[in-house]
Design a protein around this ligand. Sequence first.
Ligand SMILES: Cc1cc2nc3c(=O)[nH]c(=O)nc-3n(C[C@H](O)[C@H](O)[C@H](O)COP(=O)(O)O)c2cc1C
Length: 151
Amino acid sequence: MSKTAIVYASTHHGNTKKVVDAIAREFEVDLIDATVTTEKDLSEYELIGFASGIYAAQFHQQIKSFAQANLPQNKKIFFIMTSAMNKDFSKSMAESIKGKNAEIVGKFTCPGYNTFGPFKLIGGTAIGRPDENDLKDAVEFYRTLVRVGRQ
Ligand SMILES: Cc1cc2nc3c(=O)[nH]c(=O)nc-3n(C[C@H](O)[C@H](O)[C@H](O)COP(=O)(O)O)c2cc1C
């Protein structure tokens, strides 16, 4: 099986960490916390994931700077996002992977419990997410990704 790293940042409620942990329980992947590690040689990895909560429509700044600093040329990459709106915010990574000739092989988005600003007053949104089904979906997403990648 190909060697995979998932670089993640999960600073609000640990929502994104739950998703990457679920994948790491089922598959051999190396998890790298971009809020702790800023430099890493990723050349040995065939597949590299960037996983983040979404903050003001952006991947976490540390994910963006990690990718810019450490993503080697010609890698297969994928994105995992948790957000209140459960939308694809991966465009916010475009600048950071520019010129790296990366091939985006998959994207996974999932709702994430949110108590930012005024949402705190109403008890938050996407309460209880990611839930067990979200985590199963994330594992299936990854399973499909590696299966397709092997063909
Ligand atoms: C400062 C801040 C800004 C946020 N901005 C957005 C946003 O623009 N769009 C959105 O859908 N969710 C937004 N959210 C909600 C988070 O993306 C969501 O709670 C996510 O699951 C957090 O992931 P984490 O717990 O892994 O950090 C924001 C949360 C915070 C704390």
